[in-house]
Design a binder for this molecule. Sequence first.
Ligand code: ATP
Ligand code: MG
Length: 395
Amino acid sequence: MKQSNLFTKTIKENPKDEKSLNAQLLIRAGFIDKLSSGVYTFLPLGLKVVKNIEKIVRQEMDSIGAQEILMPSLHPKENWEITGRWGVKEMFKIKDEEMGLGWTHEEIITPLMKKHILSSKDLPKYVYQIQAKFRNEPRAKSGLLRGREFLMKDLYSFHETEKDLDDYYEKVKEAYFKVYERCKLKTYLTLASGGTFSEYSHEFQAITSAGEDIIYICENCGLAINKEIKKDVCPNCNNDKFKEEKAIEVGNIFKLKTKYSEPFQMKNTLMGCYGLGITRLMGSIVETYNDEKGIIWPNNVAPFSIHLIDLENSKKAEEIYEILQNQNYEVLYDDRTEKTAGEKFNDCDLIGTPLRIVVSKKTGEDMVEIKKRGEDQTQLINIKELIKNVERLLQ
Ligand code: ATP
Ligand code: MG
């Protein structure tokens, strides 16, 4: 994309009404715009990141046999009365309290799947969606970490036997770790309260000072325990030494068993539900990867892999842009003529693209300057060498 076509502008000053680092950086760099507390627009750069994360999540969900659907956000009261959850404080209600906005989808997926699962022969089934959730969060002050409207991937599984539920639960756990690994976000499997039907649920917690949870990581086996259920010894290895950390929950998996199938009279069916916060994950990546100049995106989720900066208004830059585009690299090409070199470099650091390529008079005919975001040293490289080695340079 040519930067002269990008309609968003970067902002020098931190927005006054944002305390959280992820929102400050994402707003200043033009990834998101705040509409009201916990409600954000995703601008072209931000939407690219969301789509990159969604792609990773979809691949991992599809790989464990889950089928994608899209359920409505507008929910009739009736469904929620069946499970007794119409009174939940997070739910936004509309139209004289006859409808509400979906903050989770057990009340919709269960009667939906009941129509399609007619006997045990139709089990197991795994269904997910990526969709906006609405929650009237009282403390929506953490940018993308806690939205009142946010994107979640929610997967629901339906089983005949407990063993089958247990086996699938383990598969989802593995798929979640793959998602976080591909997003370069280290997460700790964390025991949390399991609700009525199992002793624990499992959270995936990423360490960050912006997190609102406290977890205790077992120094022996690495399993973490949420403060809300703090134990004296690790249930996995009996060790009693823990490291306390602030963390943010980027995923949560539950064995629901018959908690929702029973009220909807879906006979002999056990359920699991598995949430993953797409936009919270994006905010957590920003909280983890940044410096005083801006964001430092991991390559897999970056809006562009390469930021090509032209300082001499040259054909050379245009040609490099064409070649890289033809090789299917995502390139942001700063072709703006009215900006100074300093302004271009600052925008580049703020936006946080993994590899910077600079074309200027200084570099000579066949050479360009390259620099990785997050590293200080620059390097002059022959253009042909560069083109051959982009993949390696992005590692
Ligand atoms: P928290 O304890 O942080 O409020 P939760 O237990 O309410 O989270 P779940 O209902 O399990 O969250 O939702 C599944 C996932 O959706 C969470 O793991 C998180 O990644 C994401 N999520 C939950 N609430 C929000 C929110 N307000 N904004 C952004 N993402 C959220
Ligand atoms: Mg919550």
